[in-house]
Design a protein around this ligand. Structure first.
Ligand SMILES: [Zn+2]
Length: 237
């Protein structure tokens, strides 16, 4: 997609602050980039997993309902998830903008979010699609290691331990987290491709989609984000 296309796509949207959706499979690095946008541009990193945990630990009314549902091993329904998101968006720190990290996950959630935002005179500035193949993700995650004693994390390729496969801090043999086991990763990817990937078309049809090559290194993607941010902020104002 060329720069000219992107600029034209965003011109007819007037949002009060940059609201960005990061769309990408688990392991695509979107959480890392969302953290950087929080640090560098004061955008709120909004992840529904964290929201659930926050509400549960604070014992809010929404939290009690979620706790109940999760305890039964059921999925949190979309209306409850969206209610939590809207509650979070009402807080004053969102004035600088928001990165939605891992939300929406389904077309119903995407529609509900859009509808609720419109009601409040807000809108999504852009959707950033983190493009990477399943094979690259499996390879990337399979090189992650963790210390079972102190939970310190390593990556055999990008941040290896000093002594092979042993923890730098305590010397314990490193393990592969359950979530990073290739068969678990493949299962999560299959769910993503089935449930969430249709959102790419949903947002492309609305001219909201920007693609980033997520197979590149963290620094390169950060550079790309930094280059885009003025455009998102400009289009938001
Ligand atoms: Zn250790």
């Amino acid at each position: 997609m060329t720069m000219a296309n992107r600029t034209r796509s965003f011109n007819n949207r007037v949002c009060e602050a940059p609201y960005l959706i990061f769309l990408g499979p688990p392991g695509s690095g979107k959480g890392t980039q969302a953290e950087k946008l929080h640090k560098n541009f004061r955008l709120v990193q909004l992840s529904t997993g964290n929201l659930f945990r926050e509400h549960i630990s604070k014992g809010t009314e929404l939290g009690l309902r979620v706790k109940d549902i999760l305890a039964k091993g059921e999925l949190v329904p979309d209306d409850l998830t969206v209610a939590m998101v809207m509650d979070r968006l009402a807080k004053p720190d969102t004035i600088m903008g928001v990165v939605f990290d891992g939300f929406p996950r389904t077309r119903d959630q995407a529609l509900a979010l859009q509808y609720k935002l419109e009601e409040k005179g807000k809108c999504i500035t852009a959707v950033i699609q983190f493009r990477i193949s399943d094979e690259q993700i499996v390879e990337r995650l399979s090189s992650r290691r963790m210390c079972p004693k102190d939970n310190s994390t390593y990556n055999l390729k990008s941040s290896p331990p000093k002594n092979d496969e042993k923890c730098d801090l305590c010397g314990a043999p490193l393990i592969i987290r359950e979530d990073d086991q290739p068969e678990v990763v493949r299962h999560r990817l299959a769910i993503y491709r089935q449930q969430t990937e249709p959102l790419i078309e949903f947002y492309r049809e609305q001219d909201m989609l920007v693609e980033v090559d997520a197979s590149r290194g963290i620094e390169e993607i950060t550079e790309q984000m930094d280059e885009w941010m003025p455009m998102f902020i400009y289009n938001a104002n």
